[in-house]
Design a protein around this ligand. Structure first.
Ligand code: SF4
Ligand code: SF4
Length: 187
């Protein structure tokens, strides 16, 4: 893919946006690669975590925002504890997802943003996760309506999943927190 390095001003602005959201300074990264070497899901990413940091340093916003890496990241924090420069890369990945959502750049083939939305919707509605509703909605939304459907009878039999949603009182507190986070994310 052809891409040109952004101007100094543009690069700084992108780094500042990331820092503003998560408090992490990507300029500290010196490309040792320890984050990538330890990342348990690097094999599934299109770019390694350390490459994403480098692209971000260079202001290559499109390349970063359109990569599968930021959505595949499982927020396990392995990279964060390994980084010799003390960069919490898991937080940087969070910030990049927030920025991608703000800019409306969420690749269609990515399941993670769909999953996040449906998961949070379930928490808001039932006060806890309703697995059956989550799986059904996710399958429908991602165009794979029968994915894993053969497992349903087994899971029902073993009591691992319930047909009737279990509710706990979501209360005002959960909704208050959700609105607060939404407000912070949209800044
Ligand atoms: S937080 Fe994300 S990028 Fe870092 S090691 Fe875990 S999965 Fe990989
Ligand atoms: S471990 Fe830290 S310094 Fe090394 S490449 Fe990753 S982010 Fe950069």
């Amino acid at each position: 893919m052809k891409c040109s390095i952004a101007s100094d001003k543009f690069r700084r602005k992108f780094a500042e946006q990331i820092e503003e959201i998560c408090g992490e300074r990507i300029s500290l990264c010196y490309q040792c690669g320890k984050c990538s070497a330890g990342c348990p899901v690097a094999y599934a990413m299109d770019y390694l975590p350390s490459q994403i940091t480098r692209f971000a340093q260079l202001g290559l916003i499109d390349k970063v925002m359109k990569s599968s890496t930021i959505w595949i990241c499982a927020s396990c924090q392995t990279c964060s504890v390994r980084c010799p420069r003390g960069i919490d890369l898991a937080k940087v990945m969070d910030a990049l997802r927030i920025l991608a959502k703000r800019k409306g750049i969420v690749p269609k083939e990515q399941i993670a943003p769909l999953f996040d939305g449906i998961f949070l919707g379930s928490i808001e509605k039932y006060g806890r996760l309703n697995e059956l509703s989550l799986i059904t909605k996710l399958n429908m939304a991602s165009g794979r309506p029968f994915k894993d459907v053969s497992l349903l009878p087994i899971m029902l039999k073993k009591g691992k999943i319930k047909l009737k949603p279990q509710k706990s009182n979501p209360g005002k507190e959960v909704r208050y927190l959700m609105r607060k986070v939404e407000k912070l994310e949209s800044k």
